[in-house]
Ligand binder design. Structure first.
Ligand SMILES: C[S@@+](CC[C@H](N)C(=O)[O-])C[C@H]1O[C@@H](n2cnc3c(N)ncnc32)[C@H](O)[C@@H]1O
Length: 286
């Protein structure tokens, strides 16, 4: 890899904030010099590494209104799949990624931070049965190493699908704490609702979730629960609402469940913003 493999858009290139996103997406996918990890080091799922990252860059901008000058937090950054395309978009902004995987953080720091100093990666030694079995602390008591209101945009892609409800509740509160006024939070998840359950019951689901299960938290493989977790949609939303976050617009449902009106992405995408009602109540109490 060469240093100039990673570069910022030139001044005469289309203005990203004006919606020339398709152009940038195409450039990134075609950029054979971007430092994609070798296949044996990729532990973040199937699909093309760059195409999936680029797909999410477009969701961040289109669904989450991400601007090139914003401060971004990537919760569960893995091995840089979302960070790499963002190096080509965040011009005056910054990026912090956290993950429990020492290997992922090491690769990202060596490969990305070395060229982009405003892209920083932080290891959280939280226990996870798959990704960090020997972790020292519990995610249920997580405290992120960032100040209150430090970020304009927070995202967690394919992370809630590996956590239990206690862990998500803890993260929802931490996400809210680090969100600045006007910040947005984009998360992906498997959300159970009537169309999703119908798809699963008809056998069209991509993962073997039981569409008839009544529990609000279910597993594709009960023997390995955190491999893939689905939540009842209202149950998941209530966790975010309790943290002071409300959905900014209706969810963008994915293909995972085999629902009859599948979306463009695989998982369901939700974008949250600070709930003004909760904010008002907190100010009233304070
Ligand atoms: C399927 S991977 C997705 C990685 C990345 N978001 C992406 O889309 O490429 C799930 C990630 O969540 C991370 N993870 C698991 N438990 C976590 C926790 N409690 N806090 C932060 N990250 C966690 C894993 O280490 C892994 O990198």
């Amino acid at each position: 890899m060469t240093v100039h493999a990673l570069r910022q858009p030139e001044a005469d290139e289309p203005d990203m904030a004006e919606g020339r996103l398709d152009w940038l997406a195409e450039q990134i996918v075609r950029n054979r010099f971007l430092p994609v990890p070798p296949p044996e080091r990729i532990f973040v799922g199937d699909g093309g590494f760059l195409p999936v990252g680029v797909e999410f860059l477009t969701w961040f901008v289109r669904a989450g209104d991400l601007m090139p000058n914003e401060r971004v937090l990537d919760l569960g950054c893995g091995i840089g799949r979302m960070a790499l395309p963002l190096t080509q978009y965040l011009q005056d902004g910054s990026y912090d990624g956290v993950d429990v995987s020492a290997e992922g953080i090491a690769w990202c720091t060596e490969t990305i931070t070395s060229h982009y100093e405003r892209f920083r990666f932080h290891r959280l030694d939280l226990a996870h049965p798959i990704y960090n079995p020997g972790g020292a602390a519990s995610t249920s008591a997580v405290r992120l190493p960032f100040d209150d209101g430090a970020f304009d945009f927070v995202f967690a892609c394919s992370v809630l699908t590996h956590l239990d409800a206690h862990e998500i509740r803890a993260y929802a509160h931490e996400i809210r704490r680090v969100m600045a006024p006007g910040a947005r939070c984009l998360v992906t998840s498997f959300m159970l609702n009537r169309p999703a359950r119908e798809g699963l019951l008809a056998g069209r689901g991509v993962l073997p979730f039981d569409g008839a299960a009544s529990d609000p938290e279910i597993y594709a493989d009960p023997a390995n629960p955190t491999a893939a977790v689905a939540f009842d949609e209202d149950y998941l939303l209530a966790m975010f609402l309790a943290a002071g976050l409300k959905r900014r617009h209706p969810a963008i449902y994915g293909r995972w469940s085999g629902r009859s009106t599948p979306g463009e992405s695989f998982q369901d995408i939700s974008v949250f913003e600070i709930d003004p009602v909760a904010l008002g109540a907190a100010e009233h109490q304070g």
